[in-house]
Design a protein around this ligand. Structure first.
Ligand SMILES: [Zn+2]
Length: 190
């Protein structure tokens, strides 16, 4: 089985809105490798996710839509005002071990783990480079948000081959579509 059918019913979540959190911004560029700046890619993928969710009839809230610095606490506060929501933070990775590549999906709460599982599965089946799987993390945006929350690392900019992929808008669209596919697979339809 693939796609939506692979997520069992008890692990589906009720939500009408997705809070999309583009990582970094402004003075905080995030990872910079191979001529790519993380904050720009995060915002690009976030906007693609926003568009795809809207075309699937879901509501969205962005924690930033421009190249501005937003404190982590503020991102969580913005999210916590949104009823019936889930939270997806979008990042790209970097490591001195430049051989490492692939996406990673982080969770902290049990329901966040369901969401992470669905998104990781979706990325694995749709995106070149796939994912390294799901991981527990105590990241602030996961800790301070009250709804099911995940942080998606879309790939390692420090890996030459992955950096080349991430520089391509078509690849970033696939990443966005895969994130949305995971969100829809994890959603309980009424
Ligand atoms: Zn980041």
């Amino acid at each position: 089985m693939g796609g939506a059918a692979a997520v069992v019913a008890e692990e589906r979540l009720r939500f009408s809105t997705v809070v999309i959190d583009a990582g970094h911004g402004g003075k905080d560029g995030g990872s910079v490798w191979n001529g790519l700046v993380e904050k720009k890619l995060c915002l690009d993928v976030a906007k693609r996710v926003e568009m795809a969710l809207k075309s699937n009839g879901l509501k969205t809230v962005m924690t930033r839509r421009t190249d501005t610095f937003v404190e982590l606490e503020r991102r969580a506060r913005i999210a916590n005002r949104v009823p019936s929501s889930v939270f997806v933070s979008i990042h790209f990775n970097g490591s001195r071990k430049t051989i490492i590549s692939g996406g990673e999906v982080y969770h902290r709460s049990p329901r966040g783990k369901w969401l992470a599982t669905a998104i990781s599965r979706s990325i694995k089946s749709r995106v070149a480079g796939g994912t390294r799987g799901i991981f527990y993390s105590n990241y602030k945006v996961l800790r301070e948000t009250e709804m099911p929350a995940v942080l998606v690392e879309c790939g390692y900019l420090s890996n030459k081959r992955e950096a080349l992929r991430c520089a391509d808008p078509a690849h970033r669209q696939k990443l966005a579509d895969a994130i949305v596919g995971g969100l829809l697979a994890a959603r309980r339809k009424e």
